[in-house]
Design a binder for this molecule. Structure first.
Ligand code: GLY
Length: 347
């Protein structure tokens, strides 16, 4: 856990000699952990295991965040990988991004019939002078790099969901949370909430998988992969493949990834904004909270209809999250194990 500013002030007021600002920084870094990987939603528990195989052997954060989210891309779920819900024309289109500790980054958007968009994003980063490839061009590039064209057939669960959606065909992105009555910020830690969980048909119920990691060498990287909003307009791209919106890494400061309503993350350059708050000395959780509150103030009463969430990891291995509504959680893997943490939320 991080030591917040109040903790620092309390210690000094107790008269602990020599507890200087430098002491605060040193203590924080002792309490931070490395290696560490954190990722969004309950599916992050499995994804973290994939990342930990890399990190525990002294591997890089970059390799870890690619391997980690590939686990989720292989699972059948509503919102990640080829088994996910299609757009409103019946096609699964995928977005993904990756960023390392040296501002190298790559992404793909509106990519079809490729199993691991995160690995294509990494190839864009490493093999091209570009940051982003989309649609048919991204698919052609993937094939040129040895990726295989998969079937366009929907998974059984996606087909069922699509048939249900077609009955009304209303375009209304749905936030993936179980809404609860408003809670005060101070009561949230103790609250039990109903987190998304594996459904009776074996599907994971979650949103975008986003992951950030700090390796044993102290380097940060991040990744993000999604099918975006279910039954979206054909061609719609969310925040996940947009560097600075869905994902941002500054190795001097921290790494941040977003999940939820991509349009509202894009309009505030969400992940980058959280990193900048950390640069100004805010804890990961407080930095996430400030950006969520900004989105809430922009959306006004429409904030009731969307969910946005951020997770953040700073250079010291301290982590935090914040969501607009209840129901968000994130998975944390350190040498002490892999666990799910309930996120603080705004309303
Ligand atoms: N956050 C995922 C999306 O909006 O596409």
């Amino acid at each position: 856990m991080s030591i917040n500013r109040r903790g620092f002030i309390n210690l000094t007021s107790l008269g602990i000699a020599g507890f200087t600002l430098q002491g605060f920084v040193d203590k924080a870094s002792i309490n931070g952990q490395k290696p560490i990987v954190i990722s969004t939603w309950d599916a992050g528990l499995n994804a973290n295991k994939g990342a930990w195989e890399v990190l525990s052997k002294g591997g890089t954060a970059l390799d870890a965040v690619e391997k980690g989210v590939m686990v989720t891309e292989d699972e059948i779920s509503c919102c990640v990988g080829l088994g996910a819900n299609p757009d409103r024309d019946g096609y699964v289109t995928l977005d993904a991004s990756i960023m390392d500790h040296e501002f190298n980054c790559g992404s793909v958007a509106f990519l079809e019939q490729i199993k691991h968009p995160i690995s294509v994003a990494r190839k864009v980063m490493e093999k091209t002078p570009h940051v982003m490839l989309v649609g048919e061009g991204a698919q052609q590039f993937a094939l040129s790099q040895g990726f295989t064209l998969e079937s366009s057939k929907l998974s059984d669960s996606a087909e069922q969901s699509y048939k249900n959606w077609l009955k009304k065909s209303t375009y209304k992105p749905v936030i993936n949370v179980e809404r609860q009555s408003p809670k005060t910020a101070t009561s949230q830690l103790e609250d039990k909430f109903k987190a998304p969980a594996r459904l009776s048909n074996g599907e994971w119920n979650h949103d975008t998988i986003g992951m950030v990691a700090l390796d044993a060498n102290g380097n940060l990287s991040g990744s993000c992969t999604t099918s975006g909003a279910g039954f979206k307009l054909r061609g719609r791209v969310g925040d996940s493949p947009i560097i600075g919106a869905g994902l941002y890494v500054d190795n001097e400061v921290g790494a941040v990834v977003a999940t939820g309503q991509g349009e509202d993350v894009i309009r505030v350059a969400g992940a980058s904004a959280v990193v900048e708050h950390m640069r100004q000395g805010k804890s990961p959780q407080e930095a996430c909270r400030l950006v969520v509150e900004k989105i809430r103030s922009i959306k006004k009463e429409k904030a009731a209809d969307i969910q946005v969430c951020f997770i953040a990891l700073n250079k010291n291995g301290e982590h935090g999250s914040y969501a607009l509504h209840s129901g968000f959680n994130y998975a944390v893997h350190t040498t002490e194990g892999n666990k799910l943490i309930e996120s603080h939320f705004s309303v």
